[in-house]
Design a protein around this ligand. Structure first.
Ligand code: HEM
Length: 441
């Protein structure tokens, strides 16, 4: 008898370009993990890291692994021939030729800690406390827009604009700019797998970056010693953006205008789809598990644990990149300089060696915060405390204002025949849409 063939041939499927892998990355990662926690893929000189311990070791080992390809992963073309066991100097020399290597997440050493020190000012506990009333206000004003309809497409009508508006508030942007950014990013989708560099440049974040640049130039000008005494006359305020625009590195060095603009714009890239899609993943569980929905309604103090377990089970980041700069071993496997590492928080979080019944949702899982959905090491997500509060407040307000939340069967099928579409990207595990129905409260 002929054996039934799997619909996708995992042996040859290309993680970076094969859209067939997008809807269920977990099954593909389980297949790879079956070969070992660190395993070679049959293309582009890539090794996939699907083990929990191995992912942490990779993220912490900055001597042997570079973050220069953190954003582009294996879609990196080295402009030199790899020779020998140490390419760290050649890699650094080639930085300007590697796409997105100027972003904070791709930087290393002092340059990275300098840039991170500027952002750290935005994520202090007191700054987050100040933001708290705004989180609630923004949630309620967005819910007002659909509360009477009894239905909502959550990613576009709530999660996307919510994430944009919150980051605008984090930077203290004026209402006019806040609303323009909402319109700019409305309906934006994560960059597609097969996007050309020209398509990437059409990303609305480029437009948003130009606006931020102008605002930052104004703030810097207003702080200039010759202008400062009269800056108030033409309406200049010392707001949060001014604080960021005029911040110094820890050694007193002055960041360039491009540094500050890049950092501010990066927040919209890093904190937008990730937070939106985490909220969608959470609401998908709520809509499909009436017992979980009831438990959270009965005791909203369980919402933070619920979010941690959803981050572990279905976190938004599917892959990040590293590249081996000095030959070494990882998880007992030899890794040669020049090898690209597919680092997957999503896969590591389902490693059965670390998490019992890893594919099961367990609200009372012990040590529930030990997942790696926000990464590890020097580049651990700086926005994690904000993302956690954003999603907590959103779930609290959505539960309070939407009774009996359920999936739209017209869009996602009846029980037993459910289907969900995920965005065609190798970076994020991102629900394309989540159609919900509810009883208006
Ligand atoms: C559920 C939401 C989020 C998830 C799952 C997430 C995940 C991650 C991960 C895995 C990294 C590390 C990448 C690496 O090591 O290569 C990271 C870095 C980063 N994230 Fe997030 N993130 C989220 C939300 C946010 C938010 C809301 C912001 C800011 C508004 C943000 C800003 C950043 C920044 C600036 C970095 C780079 C940090 C550095 O290189 O030092 N993220 N994030």
């Amino acid at each position: 008898m002929l054996e039934a063939k799997p619909a996708i041939d995992y042996e040859t499927a290309d993680f970076y370009t094969d859209v067939a892998l997008v809807d269920d990355p977990h099954a593909y990662f389980a297949f790879l993990r079956g070969k070992g926690p660190v395993t070679r893929l049959p293309y582009r000189n890539v090794m996939a890291v699907t083990g929990y311990e191995e992912m942490i070791q990779l993220a912490l080992d900055t001597e042997h692994f570079s973050t220069i390809n953190s954003v582009v992963g294996a879609m990196v073309e080295l402009p030199f021939e790899v020779k020998g066991d140490d390419i760290s100097a050649e890699l650094e020399a080639a930085r300007s030729k590697i796409a997105f290597s100027d972003q904070i997440v791709s930087q290393q050493g002092k340059r990275h800690s300098d840039l991170r020190s500027i952002l750290a000012r935005l994520f202090t506990p007191s700054r987050l406390r100040e933001l708290e009333p705004k989180l609630r206000e923004t949630a309620d004003s967005l819910i007002d827009e659909f509360a009477r309809d009894g239905k909502v497409e959550l990613a576009e009508q709530y999660g996307g604009p919510y994430a944009t508006l919150v980051i605008a508030d984090l930077l203290g942007l004026p209402d006019r700019v806040r609303n323009r950014f909402r319109r700019l990013l409305e309906g934006a989708v994560p960059v597609k797998m097969d996007a050309t560099p020209e398509e990437m440049m059409k990303n609305p974040l480029v437009e948003l970056g130009k606006d931020l640049f102008k605002l930052i130039v104004k703030r810097r000008l207003a702080a200039h010693p010759l202008v400062k005494p009269i800056a108030g006359l033409f309406g200049a305020k010392h707001d949060i953006l001014a604080e960021v625009a005029t911040a110094r590195f820890p050694d007193g060095g002055k960041p360039s205008l491009i540094d500050i603009t890049g950092l501010s714009a990066f927040l919209f890239g890093a904190g937008q789809d990730t937070t939106n899609r985490l909220l969608c993943a959470c609401m998908k569980v709520i809509a499909t598990h009436p017992d979980v929905q009831q438990a959270l309604r009965d005791d909203p103090s369980r919402i933070p644990d619920f979010i941690e377990e959803t981050l572990r089970l279905d976190g938004a980041v599917k892959s990040g990149g590293r590249i081996c700069q000095k030959s070494t071993t990882l998880g007992g496997v030899e890794v040669k300089a020049g090898t690209v590492m597919l680092m997957s928080p999503l896969a590591a979080n389902r490693d059965p060696k670390r998490f019992e019944d890893p594919d099961q949702f367990k609200l009372d899982r012990p040590k529930i915060k030990e997942h790696v959905a926000f990464g590890r090491g020097a580049h651990t997500c700086i926005g994690a405390p904000l993302a956690r509060r954003e999603v907590t407040v959103s779930i609290e307000r959505l539960l309070a204002r939407m009774g009996n939340i359920r999936l739209s069967e017209a869009h996602h099928g009846a029980e037993g025949q459910r289907h969900f579409d995920y965005a065609p990207t190798y970076v994020l595990h991102a629900l394309s849409s989540l159609h919900l129905e509810f009883d208006p409260v």
